[in-house]
Design a protein around this ligand. Structure first.
Ligand SMILES: Cc1ncc(COP(=O)(O)OP(=O)(O)O)c(N)n1
Ligand SMILES: Cc1nc(C(=O)O)sc1CCOP(=O)(O)O
Ligand SMILES: [Mg+2]
Length: 208
């Protein structure tokens, strides 16, 4: 499967009280990957919400990724996204199997991406490209890095951090395969607007 398009990421605070309707609205507009990202320690809620997403993603034929938690991903039979402090990639690959999608945060460092590629990552993520409401303190990356990554890596390249419909096009033009978005997608006022934004993010790839 080609990993290219919109990578929607959930946020428990932003989606409080509208979690499933907003996620379904995004899937309706077209999502290549959906990441369940919940930074709370509420294990019961995490399991409940992640199971609901498994069902939703199976209806929309979308691949689900769990943030941080390879054990939960294994339990649900889905992929995982691992940051630099979320545990090593090689055992996660062994746990989840060859077919699983495993993503790796590489900040703005090509060396981290090359290491992730050697250890079996399915995609590498660089960021943050713009000011992020969700994660303002993340290290900054720029489009020059993207061009170098494109030249040196064969893996799909994901970009993240403050991405909106107004600033995403140059990232695609500089070689991004996946646009990972929280606020620029789910910060909308209505489900209709979430669907419109998802379609518009995908349209950036059609014209690239
Ligand atoms: C697609 C994608 N890219 C980067 C991240 C950030 O991962 P990490 O650095 O582990 O930070 P947290 O998201 O866990 O706070 C991501 N989740 N997804
Ligand atoms: C979770 C995350 N990781 C980042 C990184 O740079 O690694 S930026 C980020 C936040 C993404 O949310 P938004 O689209 O609202 O900016
Ligand atoms: Mg993490």
């Amino acid at each position: 499967m080609k990993l290219r398009g919109l990578y929607a990421i959930t946020d428990s605070q932003l989606l409080a009280g509208k979690f499933l309707p907003y996620v379904e609205a995004a899937l309706d507009g077209g999502v290549t990957l959906l990441q369940y990202r919940d930074k709370s320690q509420d294990e019961a809620r995490r399991l409940r919400e992640a199971e609901a997403l498994v069902e939703l993603c199976s209806r929309y034929k979308t691949r689900l990724i769990v943030n941080d938690d390879a054990e939960l991903a294994a339990r649900l039979g889905v992929g995982v996204h691992l940051g630099q402090t979320d545990g090593p990639l090689t055992p996660a690959r062994t746990l989840l199997g060859r077919e699983a999608i495993i993503g790796s945060t590489c900040h703005a460092q090509l060396e981290l991406a090359e290491q992730a590629a050697r250890e079996g990552a399915s995609y590498v993520a660089f960021g943050r490209f713009f000011n992020s409401v969700t994660k303002p303190g993340a290290p900054a990356a720029d489009t020059a890095l993207l061009e170098q990554a494109r030249a040196r890596l064969k893996l799909p390249i994901c970009v993240i951090g403050g991405i909106t419909l107004d600033n995403a096009a140059p990232l695609v033009a500089h070689g991004a395969d996946l646009l990972a978005v929280i606020h620029g997608l789910f910060g909308a006022d209505s489900t209709q607007e979430v669907t419109r934004r998802a379609r518009a993010f995908n349209a950036l790839f059609a014209s690239a």
